[in-house]
Design a protein around this ligand. Structure first.
Ligand SMILES: C[S@@+](CC[C@H](N)C(=O)[O-])C[C@H]1O[C@@H](n2cnc3c(N)ncnc32)[C@H](O)[C@@H]1O
Length: 257
């Protein structure tokens, strides 16, 4: 998959500074990565979706996706080269957006979604059933344990959406596993990356940025910010990739391949 974005000066392609994230100024508007325009009318509709609390989409399925988050998820699911793995189902909003995109793209791929809370998962299943979304498989339990099982079975995914616990260890564990879980060229999106709570020392619930810095291997290339999400692409020499913090991080746009 090629990155067709040509404008290297586009702000969303620049990694925000820590100060920007810490002060709540790191969020960016959606722009396509793999295409030039919205891919379907449904995709376009997310750009003007009604809002709740002036920030997140007011969807029949409750959740916390911004328009720019939903637009990015839809595009990545539409173009995925394989099955999708989601960390954190909650009530099924993000999985419904990705499920629609797979269906609209005419792809038979499946979304595997992981959730620790049985009640949430049951709600999500019911909402998906009501909406006629059948390309989703549900897994209850701690994501870290489920991931071990996927790795053992050598399962590979074209797109991974990380939105479960935003604490340091759960995010680090995902980062350490991603390389072996993903198809080369596939994308990973981390929700709540651009969130000031990641830089609040008293908030131990949010440590997404540090976990990624410490544990995401260096062949995951930063691509863009959309809403509060960060997009990385699994690309390059995975055998020689460093598994620890990389020098010169965050990357400048000039480093984008
Ligand atoms: C922010 S919500 C997910 C929202 C969902 N992605 C959406 O946009 O509709 C996070 C979810 O992750 C679940 N979760 C938290 N820790 C988890 C873990 N260790 N393994 C699996 N799920 C977890 C929570 O129960 C919660 O439902």
């Amino acid at each position: 998959m090629e990155n067709t974005s040509s404008d290297r000066d586009e702000p969303a392609l620049m990694h925000p500074t820590d100060a920007e994230i810490a002060s709540g100024r790191g969020s960016r508007s959606y722009a396509p990565t793999l295409t030039k325009d919205f891919v379907t009318e449904r995709h376009r509709a997310y750009s003007s979706f009604p809002l709740r609390d002036s920030s997140v989409i007011d969807h029949p399925i409750f959740g916390w996706l911004r328009r720019d988050d939903a637009l990015l998820l839809y595009e990545m699911a539409f173009f995925t080269p394989g099955n999708i793995l989601e960390f954190g189902t909650h009530r099924g909003l993000s999985s419904s957006v990705m499920s629609e995109a797979l269906t609209d793209a005419g792809k038979d791929y499946i979304i595997h979604t992981l959730e620790i809370n049985r009640e949430y998962l049951s709600d999500a299943k019911q909402s998906h059933l009501k909406a006629g979304l059948t390309n989703i498989r549900y897994h209850t339990g701690d994501a870290a344990k489920k991931v071990k099982r996927f790795l053992k079975k050598n399962k590979k995914f074209g797109f991974v959406f990380v939105d479960h616990s935003h604490r340091y260890d759960p995010t680090r564990i995902v980062c350490e596993s991603l390389s072996d879980l993903m198809i080369d060229g596939g994308f990973a999106v981390f929700h709540d990356y651009v969130d000031r709570r990641n830089f609040d020392e008293d908030d131990h619930e949010y440590n997404v940025v540090k976990a990624i810095r410490d544990a995401l291997p260096s062949h995951f290339i930063f691509r863009r910010i959309s809403g509060c999400c960060a997009l990385f692409q699994c690309q390059g020499d995975r055998l020689n990739a460093k598994r620890t913090a990389r020098p010169g991080y965050p990357p400048t746009p000039g480093e984008l391949v």
